[in-house]
Write a protein that binds this ligand. Structure first.
Ligand code: GTP
Ligand code: MG
Length: 189
């Protein structure tokens, strides 16, 4: 049998960036766990717990996912959920620059207070709302709701040693890759 390990993963990010809509369903988490998406869900109250396996070539990781509530009134609960976490997914909305600022605060708090060696992924969600890049990487002319340039977030992530992805929980684009990359970055023990 392949070695299997459990990994505690915490989701952090401003309210409504698309982490997870309520206690039982989610946006990024729901896409990852159920491969589904539902619009207009309720904000998370407190936190929600889900598990999902991720199979790598040489091992299986069982994620124990704590999806936290982004509303400010729940911020003081976060340390309970990131304590002992081996991985964190810090989510922002690529149409909302303020949500990246909030994400950067979470990253700083994790680096200060969470377990040393925690694997942190910065995820810009709602990729479906922006115009796709052309084949040469240039932005296509036309309507674009993007508020955070990918290059800006990527260079911040590189400086801080974070994994970086842009995703859409709505279409599922790159959601599985985020969790696979986190699983791959967890050291074998
Ligand atoms: P809190 O639980 O309050 O922290 O919010 P949250 O980050 O969990 O956000 P949630 O998953 O509830 O999503 C907020 C809103 O954004 C909902 O209406 C979702 O349907 C929508 N949403 C989430 N992900 C996406 C996405 O990838 N694309 C688009 N277009 N909308 C999304
Ligand atoms: Mg939520």
């Amino acid at each position: 049998p392949k070695p299997s390990s459990s990994v505690k993963l915490v989701l952090l990010g401003e309210a409504a960036v698309g982490k997870a809509p309520n206690m039982t369903q989610s946006s990024l988490v729901m896409r990852f766990v159920n491969n589904d998406f539902q619009d207009n869900k309720e904000p998370t109250i407190g936190a929600a717990f889900l598990t999902q396996k991720c199979t790598l070539p040489t091992r299986t990781i069982k994620f124990e996912i704590w999806d936290t509530a982004g509303q400010e009134r729940f911020a003081s609960l976060a340390p309970m959920y990131y304590r002992n976490a081996q991985a964190a997914l810090v989510v922002y909305d690529i149409t909302k620059p303020a949500s990246l600022i909030k994400a950067q605060h979470w990253v700083a708090e994790l680096q200060r207070q969470a377990s040393p060696g925690i694997v942190i992924a910065l995820v810009g969600n709602k990729l479906d709302l922006v115009a796709s890049a052309g084949s040469d990487g240039e932005e296509v002319e036309g309507e674009d709701a993007r508020g955070v340039p990918a290059a800006q977030a990527r260079s911040y992530a590189e400086e801080e040693g974070l994994l970086f992805f842009e995703t859409s929980a709505k279409t599922g684009e790159r959601v599985a890759e985020v969790f696979t990359a986190i699983a791959g970055a967890i050291p074998e023990t």
